[in-house]
Design a protein around this ligand. Structure first.
Ligand code: SF4
Length: 220
């Protein structure tokens, strides 16, 4: 009699799957960064800074990247030498220094974003419904990581005070963004929105409750 088939728990196999995808993403990052003349950490910093007018402090950048402040500092110094970022005194706190991207830095972001990587192609190959479902499930995982304090609050709709989940009866566009005063669908949920603001914890919890309740209706 053979050994009964016993797979690891589903959540453990999801992590295994995410690890495979992370490996492919790292390879994609190297290709993109090399084509832009920087390394992956430097390209990640430039992407984080792109479109963020007031810039970020070294501490904020290191938190977003999940690296130590000395590691972030090394990359920032290299980017400064290449004139891709610059340091400015914080207009509110004269002792603080903020890192901002330069025009040359933005050009590098554009250059690094042009090549579609293997993970881009793999996700684009899914049909529209599968892409939408995967997006919503990944938003759920990212939110869990935020609530555990494993990562900073990301600029997603579900943590934004402008987000009104299921404000409309239209199944194609049930959500509403108060910032642009427009309805939008699940497939338009943002992961990194430039207009995002961080809602208070109580508002985030209530918004998630509304979003999750209607996404998983009783008996659904
Ligand atoms: S401002 Fe951006 S993050 Fe906030 S609800 Fe609108 S689209 Fe979503």
């Amino acid at each position: 009699m053979g050994t009964p088939f016993a797979a690891p728990p589903v959540h453990a196999r999801i992590v295994e799957a995410l690890e495979r995808i992370a490996t492919a993403l790292r390879a994609d990052d190297w290709v993109r960064a090399r084509s832009a003349g920087v390394n992956p950490t430097q390209l990640a910093i430039l992407r984080l800074l792109d479109g963020r007018g007031p810039g970020w402090t070294v501490k904020e950048l290191s938190l977003q990247l999940g690296v130590s402040q000395p590691t972030a500092t090394d990359s920032i110094l290299a980017l400064e030498r290449k004139a891709l970022i610059e340091k400015r005194t914080d207009p509110v706190d004269g002792r603080a220094v903020r890192i901002v991207i330069t025009g040359a830095g933005r050009a590098v972001v554009r250059a690094g974003g042009e090549a579609a990587g293997a993970v881009d192609r793999a996700t684009a190959a899914l049909d529209d419904d599968d892409q939408e479902q995967l997006l919503v499930q990944l938003v759920s995982v990212i939110r869990q990581l935020q609530e555990q304090g494993a990562i900073p609050i990301q600029r997603m709709c579900v943590s934004c005070p402008y987000f009104r989940p299921y404000a409309h009866a239209d199944a194609a566009k049930p959500h509403h963004c108060n910032f642009v005063d427009a309805a939008f669908g699940q497939q338009d949920l943002r992961i990194d929105c430039r207009d995002h603001e961080t809602a208070d914890p109580s508002v985030r919890a209530a918004t998630w409750g509304e979003f999750h309740k209607d996404h998983h209706p009783p008996g659904g």
